[in-house]
Design a protein around this ligand. Structure first.
Ligand code: NDP
Ligand code: HSE
Length: 429
């Protein structure tokens, strides 16, 4: 057992960072035993130094994060500031000054993961980010290490706690969108700018990271098709219920059937109540991984929040410290396949479409003809009539997304279609 401590610099001491510091202190003896050396919190960089931070020695607090990572005696930098800058420069500076890095920053890893991995490799350092995807759930390491001998074909799940919390509250308690978002923010689940959550940017960043690791290829944030959940309404939930479904914001990464390309997308979708994802409540996340030999694996657990996320950070910290002591580095980037990333139009899916139409003879036939002209097969149609106006709900069979969106466009142009009330994809069947 080495007695000289490994020194850790903590960049950020907010929802996640404060829990990282707390666990480092309260579990110090166990961490020492598991790593083979003590770990010492050597400095804590924040924006507001005068803020009272329970359990943190004020002497350790600094606003000069750059000086902290440049000290030269830091073994591991834990970056839990978030955002692109200054996090990116701090991480590369840390590599240059001898430190490995643990980060929870999905926005940065999704945008600059390749360059950061290259910088880490060049300096012989580690870059770990288990906490960046799905909070406490071990997902990056199983994909990167445990499934390294298998071929992953699909990753599908709920990867954003805030939006799952909001959708769950809207569905089960009838809460309004804003009320549920405020509660998620107060609980520490939301990003500094919650637009990242509700507009699907956070889930898209996680999808890019997952797809890249799962398919050993490069998937950029811009490659991920993204729709947020701000337009999901109580009427959508009522419609979903009538179909025996609920609504979740899903991230879906798939290898094409011919294996020659991949797709990644984030959007709200109806899923059957019988599907395991339907029972994922509050800020929990759940991810299915389908691999050729392993079959279907499900990962489930808290997807956001200070302590759950700190658990993933601490797991990485232990791994990186062990690597340091062994004068080794862990697995790095593995994007050797260079598969093209397909567009949303190529994705095969199903639509649930609500139309407001005129209640007169021939309308249903007209609508059905538009579907047929676009090669889209109808699964079910339900019509309700009130005051001379009819509402049609059409659920399709699986078809390319381009054909489905072309159908909707053509429906909008029919005189007898007063409006397209909602469109939602149906998944999980
Ligand atoms: P917070 O906003 O709660 O904390 C951010 C911390 O960074 C604060 O301590 C803040 O200082 C500090 N900070 C901000 N800017 C600077 C700067 N320029 N220099 C030094 N310190 C700075 O964020 P979270 O803890 O929620 O999130 C941190 C990271 O973890 C993000 O990347 C987020 O995406 C990720 N994450 C968060 C999860 C969650 O559930 N919250 C879950 C998974 C990942 P001060 O305290 O003075 O304001
Ligand atoms: N804002 C993120 C979420 C935090 O709600 O999932 C966890 O990554």
């Amino acid at each position: 057992m080495r007695t000289r401590p490994l020194k850790v610099a903590l960049l950020g001491c907010g929802v996640v960072g404060s829990e990282v510091a707390r666990i480092m202190t309260t579990h110090a003896d166990d961490l020492t035993a598991r790593i083979g050396a003590p770990v010492e919190l050597a400095g804590v960089a924040v924006r507001r130094p005068s803020k009272v931070r329970a359990g943190i020695d004020p002497e350790l607090v600094t606003t000069d994060a750059t000086a902290l990572v440049k000290r030269g005696d830091i073994d591991v930098v834990v970056e839990v500031i978030g955002g692109i800058e200054p996090a990116r420069t701090l991480i590369t500076t840390a590599f240059e000054h001898g430190a490995s890095v643990v980060s929870a920053n999905k926005a940065l890893i999704a945008q600059d993961g390749a360059a950061l991995h290259a910088a880490a490799e060049q300096q012989g350092r580690d870059l770990y980010y288990e906490a960046a995807v799905a909070g406490a759930i071990p997902l990056i390491r199983p994909l990167r290490e445990s499934l390294a001998g298998d071929k992953v074909n699909r990753v599908l799940g709920i990867v954003n706690g805030t939006t799952n919390f909001i959708l769950d509250k809207m569905d089960t308690t009838g809460a309004g969108y804003q009320e549920a978002l405020d509660e998620a923010t107060a609980l520490g689940y939301a990003e500094a700018d919650p637009t990242a959550d509700v507009e699907g940017f956070d889930a898209a960043a996680k999808a890019a990271i997952l797809a890249g690791i799962a398919f050993h290829t490069r998937v950029r944030l811009d490659d991920v098709y993204r729709e947020g959940m701000t337009e999901v309404t109580a009427a959508d939930f009522a419609s979903a219920k009538r179909m025996g479904c609920t609504i979740k914001l899903l991230a879906i990464c798939e290898r094409a059937a011919d294996g020659g390309s991949v797709t990644a997308r984030v959007h709200p979708a109806m899923i059957p109540l019988s599907h395991p994802l339907a029972s994922v409540r509050e800020a929990y996340n759940a991810v299915f991984v389908e691999a050729e030999a392993a079959g279907q694996l499900m990962f489930y657990g808290p997807g956001a929040g200070g302590a759950p996320t700190a658990s993933a950070v601490l797991g990485d910290l232990v791994a990186v410290c062990r690597n340091k002591l062994g004068e080794a580095t862990g697995p790095g980037d593995s994007a050797y396949t260079q598969l093209p990333v397909g567009s949303m139009g190529e994705v095969v899916t199903r639509y649930h479409i609500s139309l407001d139409v005129a209640d007169k003879p021939g309308v249903l036939a007209q609508v059905a003809t538009v579907f047929a002209e676009h090669g889209v097969s109808i699964d079910t149609v339900r019509q309700t009539v009130k005051d001379g106006e009819a509402s049609l709900v059409v659920v399709t069979h699986r078809a390319p997304d381009a054909a489905l969106s072309g159908t909707v466009e053509a429906l909008r142009n029919l005189d007898t279609v007063r409006g397209v009330a909602s469109i939602m994809r149906v998944e999980g069947e």
